[in-house]
Design a protein around this ligand. Structure first.
Ligand code: 9WO
Length: 258
């Protein structure tokens, strides 16, 4: 799928897209990221993309005109790529704004992106934010990563791209590892251990050294369930409601009084 990113700092993305396991997904264009520098859409010699807020107050606002010109260029490029493609689509592209006022990002939304041929257009705000008229006319979805404020939407955009890219086939060495990881069944992950077997006098849970694969699997599941019950009871309730827990899981939880 394709992601178009509108940003004042395209150069912030480039190094991240070339690193780590997700690099394959980006370089193969499995996740095709097109970066658009907003300054290229300014209409004046100073390449200004911000101005003072009407009504006064501190900081600057991102001007609507450069944003709209950039978005029009993105829509045109996506339409051209779509006509040239073997399977033209009809679904309109989501236009995403990263903001603490948005809906929290979830693994379910990440999975939906990873399966959507259209991907999305990601708008990265800076300064005090965008002219609200751009948000009202063009943004289809606001996404939050949590209740904190950043200096721009770029890190949230990179976060979303990373979360999507790692779900692409062949990105993780082991196909099973993203079915096993945290949230694939709505639970937290189990603890992991590797060499040395003893560190600062502390060993490794003996079951992991036992070679009994069934017992190891049972121990890991128990760790997932107990960690989720203690640290994120909200997630455990959700997993229960959604029927993601086996009879064995439920038996274990009731035995532990959870
Ligand atoms: C900032 C803000 C603060 C409180 C309530 C709503 C808000 N919206 C924004 C906003 O859209 N700010 C723009 C993007 C411009 C300034 C930097 N921006 C930003 C995005 N800061 N923090 C985020 C963000 C995005 C997703 N998850 C957490 C924080």
């Amino acid at each position: 799928m394709r992601f178009d990113v509108l940003t004042l700092f395209p150069e912030l993305f480039e190094p991240s897209l070339r690193l780590g396991v997700t690099r394959r997904a980006f370089e193969s264009r499995q996740v095709d990221v097109q970066l658009w520098g907003l300054r290229d859409f300014a209409d004046n010699a100073y390449r200004r993309v911000d101005d003072r807020p009407f009504g006064g107050g501190p900081g600057m606002v991102m001007l609507i005109d450069p944003l709209e010109r950039a978005l029009a260029a993105v829509h045109a490029a996506r339409a051209a790529a779509d006509i040239a493609s073997a399977s033209p689509k009809t679904t309109p592209s989501p236009v995403i704004l990263f903001s603490p006022a948005g809906r929290p990002l979830t693994q379910a939304r990440v999975q939906a992106f990873s399966r959507s041929p259209e991907g999305a257009i990601l708008i990265c705000g800076r300064y005090e934010g965008l002219d609200q008229r751009f948000v009202d006319r063009h943004v289809t979805e606001e996404i939050s990563l949590g209740d904190f404020v950043l200096s721009g939407g770029e890190l949230p955009a990179l976060t979303l791209l990373d979360a999507v890219a790692r779900l692409m086939p062949g990105v993780l060495n082991d196909e099973k590892s993203h079915q096993q990881d945290s949230f694939s069944d709505g639970l937290l992950d189990c603890p992991h251990y590797s060499r040395p077997e003893v560190h600062a006098g502390e060993g490794v849970p003996s079951v992991l050294m036992s070679g009994h694969h069934a017992e190891i699997a049972r121990w890991r599941r128990e760790q997932q369930l107990t960690a989720t019950a203690r640290r994120r009871p909200d997630l455990l309730e959700k997993a229960r409601r959604e029927g993601l827990l086996s009879r064995q899981d439920l038996k274990l939880l009731s035995k532990l009084g959870l």
